[in-house]
Design a protein around this ligand. Sequence first.
Ligand code: NAP
Length: 282
Amino acid sequence: MAATIMDGKALALRVREEVAAEVAELGEVGLATVLVGDDPASHVYIASKHRAAGEAGMYPRDVRLPADATEGEVLRLVEGLNGDDSVDGILVQLPLPPQIDEARVIRALAPSKDVDGLHPYNAGELYLDRPTFAPATPSGVLELLRAYEVRLSGVSAVVIGRSELVGKPVAMMLLRENATVTMCHSRTADLAEQCRRADVLVAAVGRPGIVTADMVKEGAAVIDVGINRTESGLVGDVAPDAAARAAFITPVPGGVGPMTIAMLLRNTIKAAKFHRGSLAFP
Ligand code: NAP
């Protein structure tokens, strides 16, 4: 039987409508983005985040620095935004140019404004099982699984990829839902064997077709986080014929991608509540 396609576009629209209603209640909500340099993909991502924030009624602030900006300049900018009362959430678009220590910039963010959930405080709170801001892409993955009522408790979940942005937080969030989680990466000896055991398979690698149909357990839920630009367009990490074996599968594009932006906006609402004191920042 063909898999149910998990429609991230439609779900993201619903989340964004909820966010817009909350913005209307809260009044002004400010999201500042910091873009350093001229990475073309980053420009596209920032543009779509701004469009979505504007459509939800938020005030997006577009802060840009040239590619040769110094670390000191970026740190001073972040400090300014931390203290700016009109800014509820701050997002620093990664990657930063090589002369800038990314970890240092992320550490400089006020944790209560860190809507990407990358500050060690927020990453630590997720690790300690009391999440504040969970990163947007992993939150989108979990929201999709929840919306399609995919069982997580007690099932075997395999995550391919262990990045700070996707793999590690997804694994933590699945663990929180009582899945038995296996994390795979480039040194995993028996990737296909691990995947074949997965009731829930999350691919976050960045290699087209790394997950082939024979690696998918019959009836599994397959979440394809990968975004790969190829000659035939945008493709994920999962081969299309895997849909014949899965019970649920996300398309690329139109799966996790739209959810990422929606969850970023939801995190910004949370930041606005922290800022106003209607929600206590721990
Ligand atoms: P990343 O930082 O490059 O991490 C990739 C991970 O894949 C690493 O942990 C790496 O293992 C692992 N890996 C590489 N080759 C492998 C192999 N042959 N077998 C098993 N694991 C392998 O990438 P990322 O930021 O997590 O992003 C992953 C993908 O998701 C990319 O395509 C990215 O564009 C996409 N993405 C999509 C969204 C969205 O909104 N949909 C958001 C963020 C990212 P090691 O740690 O051992 O090197």
